[in-house]
Design a protein around this ligand. Sequence first.
Ligand SMILES: C[S@@+](CC[C@H](N)C(=O)[O-])C[C@H]1O[C@@H](n2cnc3c(N)ncnc32)[C@H](O)[C@@H]1O
Length: 241
Amino acid sequence: MTQLPPHELSRLEAVAGPDRPLQSLIDRRIAGEPLQYIEGTAAFGPLELDVDPRVLVPRPETEGLFEIASKMMRNPKVIVDLCTGCGALALALKHRFPTASVFATEISEGAVEVAYGNRHKTGLDVYLAVGDLFDPLPAALLGEVDLVVSNPPYVSEADFHTLPRDVQREPKVALVSGPTGLEVIERIGSTVADWLRPGGVVVIEIGEFQGVAASSTFVGIPTVVRQDLAGRDRYVVGVKP
Ligand SMILES: C[S@@+](CC[C@H](N)C(=O)[O-])C[C@H]1O[C@@H](n2cnc3c(N)ncnc32)[C@H](O)[C@@H]1O
């Protein structure tokens, strides 16, 4: 019989109840459903956000992105989060910088519905829009943005099938960007300089073997690759001259 690790079992015990028998939750987890979908929530930085199968579960690596970006900012006025999913980065940054205007875009209507729910839940007033990367942003933001963050899809089609079974239960559009895995990063890197003000910062999450290739896609912005807590290349960071 498959056993759950004790920490997972105790988390399921905490959300079980008369309408949600513990054994049915255990069965769902053993069948490969992500733990956070069963719980219905995921911690992200200072926030507890609702998640369901319409969104990627926010990861500790993305909390690292949040910390890097936050430390580089002093009183930002305009922040953009591309590929916001459940709204994690946008909402956490609004929490950290309450006076900033935060704009978040997302291509999946289902994911944006989850982000709206999290906006309501947290009371953090971010602008959410459905659409492709920068497309839904007001043109007035061109050259005015202090910070662009994104955790885009960065897995290749071929690598998708090597992901753990529970990760493959998350939305494919959240994970896979195309044949190389770099497609969405390339599109961000080639246009982000148009949106940043001089001195503006971009921080993008990448796959651990994408540092050199991802950096080379940034046009008009010198970049460095930074590592996550496990020492793996994980972020491209740039400052517009
Ligand atoms: C890796 S998930 C990250 C979600 C969230 N930012 C987080 O860190 O938890 C990538 C998200 O990008 C969205 N997405 C994929 N392609 C996109 C595009 N071209 N424009 C906007 N969003 C996109 C997916 O639907 C998914 O929600």
